[in-house]
Design a protein around this ligand. Structure first.
Ligand code: NAP
Length: 524
């Protein structure tokens, strides 16, 4: 179906009088068609439908929910090249990246379909009755997790496919049994509409309730704010700026019934170059660092924005090699004029503090393109100036020269919460590394050795989360199968007759789930 610019409210395509335009990220030219702006009537209808869909959707057979997620994946693939071409225009991202992102999007939908089919996310626990127990008999207690309720998901500017209309937040919420209302990111409304159309037709093909999925768009804060404030919405998934995430957290907390907001916001992803590794592999580390820094014009939340090492000839050599490589790096198209302007402003701000420039990437004449930037300062300055620890979204990084390991540890202690922290280490660095790991565990959601934080595997063990401000709730992850936990809550059933229990909890285990019975795991 060609792009219409319409909203998708349940199964209905809806036009409104007020519209906004999509923009070509590279040229700044308007892209048709005009996109309808969701107002109070569309918000009301989408929330009412989502609420009505909640019980039938969450209680539908797990096989049906899994088939729906698989059908979503197939429907996205069926969009073919039209999706990649539109996403390329709206985001400025190159074809290869977008094809990879589509693979990830489809892969995570299928991964969640498997999770749903297996059913172990229900976390069933059975404590059988002990009527003979003295001094008190024990009741029959059975626990499982159920979906929280309708969820609002905000599309992310930097992942038009994998974190937008059918991205990780949406897939994990639908897998949990929550209807989803997507608030499209205003920088890629056409991409979002195409994907949303695919999801809506998948819901219809699977005979799911109409409000299982809706897609609303609009370029102003009011739409997202109204969705988060709506009493029928029970949780929020968000990836974007710290200011945006915090605004949503505030709205959610001020509701008569506060709700969780899972906001993934800002991180500078420290890279620690330990002395043995720096000495042994200076060149390889410098090359790997510049590649990671400039990947995707640095527009990843896992971009390596901070490098820590002891001052000395090895660090000087690293800076010189990294600077040489960066100086040859071509400027890259950024996601939008707004993000590019933010990037330039923040680089200028960083340059105005007590830092020295190591190198800039090649500059371009015009357009929304970003050039890499590497600065250096010393630990004393870094510890004295909180601003030096703020995220610069784009290909910029700051190296910090530390006097000794105690000062390097002090810099790590001083950092805010992070998505990732990376150690580059050689065998002779093991003792120092062991001392730093407890600090990194307190600071970050993922700790890497001898690698680069960009590139996030979608898998059961992945954590893409971390203490504030990396996220607003460090207990979860937005990537990987554990993401489903954010949209579930436990319910205990005490002494209910088998006939009234859901099949997951019944004594005969008709679904063949892996369950914890009397404290031990069993599949019978
Ligand atoms: P954003 O400004 O936070 O916007 C993300 C989404 O939240 C949009 O749909 C926006 O919609 C909505 N929103 C923002 N503030 C809101 C508010 N006060 N109330 C209600 N809704 C609100 O992020 P962005 O547009 O992606 O990029 C802006 C900056 O965010 C970037 O320059 C970068 O610094 C940062 N960013 C960081 C990451 C990361 O992973 N760390 C990722 C992306 C962006 P409306 O504008 O339509 O209200």
């Amino acid at each position: 179906m060609p792009l219409t610019g319409q909203l998708i409210v349940g199964f209905a395509r809806v036009s409104t009088a007020e519209t906004f335009d999509a923009v070509d990220a590279a040229s700044g030219a308007k892209l048709g068609p005009p996109f309808s702006v969701a107002g109070p009537a569309e918000i009301e209808r989408a929330c009412a439908l989502a609420q009505a869909a909640f019980d039938p959707y969450r209680t539908a057979a797990l096989d049906l929910r899994a088939r729906f997620l698989d059908t979503c994946a197939e429907s996205i693939l069926a969009l073919g090249d039209e999706l990649i071409a539109r996403a390329g225009l709206e985001s400025g991202l190159p074809r290869a990246r977008l094809e990879g992102e589509r693979g990830r999007t489809v892969g995570q939908l299928r991964l969640f379909a498997d999770v749903v089919r297996r059913g172990d996310f229900l976390g069933v626990r059975v404590d059988p009755a002990q009527p003979e127990r003295k001094p008190l008999a024990r009741s029959d207690l059975r626990q499982r997790k159920i979906a929280l309720g309708p969820v609002t998901v905000f599309g992310a500017s930097n992942f038009p496919l994998a974190f937008s209309a059918a991205g990780g937040d949406m897939a994990s919420a639908l897998a949990a049994g929550c209807p989803v209302i997507v608030k499209a990111h205003p920088s890629h409304p056409g991409t979002s509409e195409l994907v949303a159309g695919a999801i809506s037709s998948a819901a219809r093909a699977c005979d799911l309730p109409e409000g299982t999925y809706s897609h609303l768009a609009g370029p102003a804060n009011e739409l997202g704010a109204a969705l988060v404030a709506d009493p029928r919405i029970k949780a929020v998934g968000f990836t974007g700026s710290r200011a945006g995430g915090l605004a949503l957290v505030k709205i959610a907390a001020a509701r008569p019934e506060p709700i969780p907001v899972y906001a993934e916001m800002s991180s500078i992803n420290p890279i620690v170059l330990l002395p043995g590794a720096l000495k042994a592999r200076t060149e390889a580390i410098a090359t790997g660092f510049v590649n990671s820094l400039t990947l995707g014009a640095g527009q990843f939340c896992t971009n390596p924005g901070l490098v820590l090492a002891l001052g000395g000839p090895e660090l000087d050599r690293f800076l010189s090699l990294a600077g040489e490589a960066l100086a040859k790096t071509a400027p890259a198209q950024m996601l939008s004029a707004n993000i590019c302007a933010n990037y330039r402003r923040r680089v200028d701000h960083l340059a105005s503090r007590s830092v020295s420039l190591v190198a800039r990437g090649l500059e371009a004449g015009g357009g929304s393109v970003g050039s890499g930037a590497l600065f250096v300062t010393d630990a004393r300055e870094f510890l004295a100036d909180r601003k030096l620890g703020e995220e610069v979204f784009g290909p910029a990084s700051l190296a910090v020269r530390c006097r000794d390991m105690a000062q390097l540890a002090a810099v790590l202690e001083h950092l805010e919460g992070q998505l990732t922290a990376t150690l580059h280490l050689a065998d002779d660095d093991a003792t120092i590394a062991a001392r730093l790991i407890p600090i990194l565990e307190r600071k970050a959601g993922r700790i890497l050795a001898n690698g680069w934080p960009t590139g996030v595997e979608v898998s059961p063990a992945m954590v893409h989360g971390g203490p504030f401000p990396a996220t607003s709730d460090s207990r979860g992850t937005s990537v990987g199968t554990l993401a489903i936990e954010r949209f579930l809550r436990p319910v205990c059933y005490q002494d209910l007759p088998d006939s009234l229990l859901p099949p997951d909890l019944q004594s005969g285990n008709p679904l063949g789930l892996r369950r914890m019975v009397d404290g031990g795991y069993t599949s019978s």
